[in-house]
Design a protein around this ligand. Structure first.
Ligand code: PNW
Length: 450
């Protein structure tokens, strides 16, 4: 038994994917390799060395996918652009086939009465740009801004909503400090530099965009973390504050205040490679803030743990696929915090939320239909949508929600073993099978869902 989420009539419900995770066609029509193609080849980096060369084959099946989205009732599709498909080898020559693909995708969405939400950077950096230093180098920010300029020119008449960059935290911490995501670097100096260069890239893209006079809203998506303290002790609370400064505020404070957090610059003594004018570029007004949310951390102080914060045992149910705690109320706390940071008036979208579950494909004995009864995911989505309606009631300018993901896809280091889709992908046949959660969202979008 679920409650129907009470959402305003103009509240957007969409669904999301990212280029490397769904497109496939890794070597087709001029696309060259990206850092995830390379990382997948590093022994032990990715489950079974799986890569995105085929994935859910959306490059060839976008019409079928959009038709399914539209049948379910979605009005928005969030996708991302593959940098090496549009600019092979990370150069400056535009690949017409790459542009054609994204124009066709947008046209197909519009033909179905849907809107296109385009993320410019969702992690698939051309290998050549990494070879020149990747995000540790300032020049990379200018190279991404060049890609953005190309996209504004070539797709500006088609895209209804732009997102500059997806999850700076994952790009920097996972990619350059912990080394668990591409490019697999573990280097504190490169990590600190990468933070500033990703922030700068966002600012440069914003500057390019405002020059074009295009009117579609543009924003950035962060996976912000506001951990909850395990106890009420000041020390444990401090550990959470520190964690939040490192995981969230090194991105949000430059964006909203034009400065880096004191804890990081003064107490930790990190020196960001800031040049004159950078902070003004980074803090230009945006049209909305995108937030990706999966789970809330609970932390306590530790003298020995990284940044003095360590996780504690949890009581909540965990998702069956990836073992992340299910914490819908954490989303409300996060929205309240983010809304305060953003000044209280900036539209906010949840640009990703969803669950990896242990999905089983079954055949319905009565009808012979293939089905996936993903009850846990339905509950997860329903509980988070209920929080969205509560946030709206509290006056938070939350304008929409994109579920992650439309279809099962390449889950980075986990390869194809983790399924986040509301649509099941049979990777042997590329058959799409809507899971029960897809029918649940269909009912919500039709005005029911209870
Ligand atoms: C986000 N972590 O990634 C991404 O935006 C998606 O591409 C991804 O599929 C989705 O969340 C689900 O994971 C993350 O290890 C990947 O903390 C890893 C982490 C967080 C977010």
């Amino acid at each position: 038994m679920f409650f129907k989420p009470e959402l305003p009539d103009d509240f957007i419900l969409g669904t999301a994917t990212a280029s490397y995770q769904v497109e496939g066609a890794g070597k087709e029509d001029g696309r060259t390799s990206c850092i995830w193609d390379d990382f997948a080849k590093v022994p032990g980096a990715v489950y079974n060395a799986q890569d995105g060369s085929v994935a859910a084959d959306q490059y060839h099946r976008y019409k079928e996918d959009i038709s399914l989205m539209s049948d379910l009732g979605f009005k928005y599709y969030r996708f991302s652009v593959s940098w090496p498909r549009v600019l092979p080898n990370g150069g400056t020559d535009v690949n017409p086939k790459g542009i054609e693909y994204y124009r066709n995708l947008c046209r197909e969405l519009h033909a179905k009465g849907m809107k296109a939400c385009c993320t410019i950077y969702h992690w698939d950096m051309p290998s050549e740009i990494q070879a020149q230093g990747g995000w540790a180098e300032r020049s990379t920010a200018y190279k991404l801004a060049y890609l953005a300029k190309v996209l504004f020119k070539e797709l500006g008449d088609q895209v209804d909503m732009w997102i500059t960059i997806n999850e700076a935290m994952c790009i920097t911490i996972l990619g350059y400090y912990l080394g668990v995501h591409a490019p697999g670097i573990k280097d504190k100096d490169q990590y600190i530099r990468s933070i500033h260069h990703v922030n700068l890239a966002h600012g440069l893209i914003m500057q390019e965009y405002r020059k074009t006079g295009l009117k579609a809203p543009i924003g950035i998506t962060h996976n912000l973390e506001t951990p909850r303290s395990a106890t009420s002790s000041p020390k444990d609370r401090l550990a959470c504050d520190h964690h939040r400064a490192i995981r969230s505020e090194v991105y949000t404070m430059p964006l909203f205040k034009g400065q880096y957090p004191d804890y990081v610059t003064k107490e930790l003594g990190w020196v960001f490679p800031v040049e004159d004018g950078d902070m003004n570029l980074i803090s230009q007004p945006i049209d909305f803030l995108g937030i990706n949310y999966y789970s809330e951390h609970v932390l306590r102080w530790s003298d020995t743990a990284l940044f003095n914060a360590e996780a504690v045992p949890r009581w909540e149910e965990h998702t069956s696929g990836i073992n992340w705690a299910i914490t819908p109320h954490g989303l409300l706390r996060l929205l309240e915090w983010a809304n305060t940071c953003a000044g209280g008036k900036l539209p906010i979208y949840i640009t990703e939320n969803g669950a990896a579950c242990d999905d089983r494909l079954v055949t319905d004995p009565a009808t012979g239909e293939k089905r996936v009864h993903d009850t846990q995911r339905i509950r997860y989505l329903a509980d988070h949508l209920a929080i969205c309606s509560q946030a709206v009631r509290e006056g938070i300018p939350l304008k929409g929600y994109f579920c992650w993901s439309f279809i099962d896809n390449y889950e980075w280091t986990h390869g194809y073993t983790k399924r986040f889709g509301i649509v099941y992908c049979d990777y042997d046949t590329q058959e799409r099978i809507p899971k029960d959660s897809a029918y649940y969202l269909r009912d919500v979008m039709a005005g029911y869902g209870d």
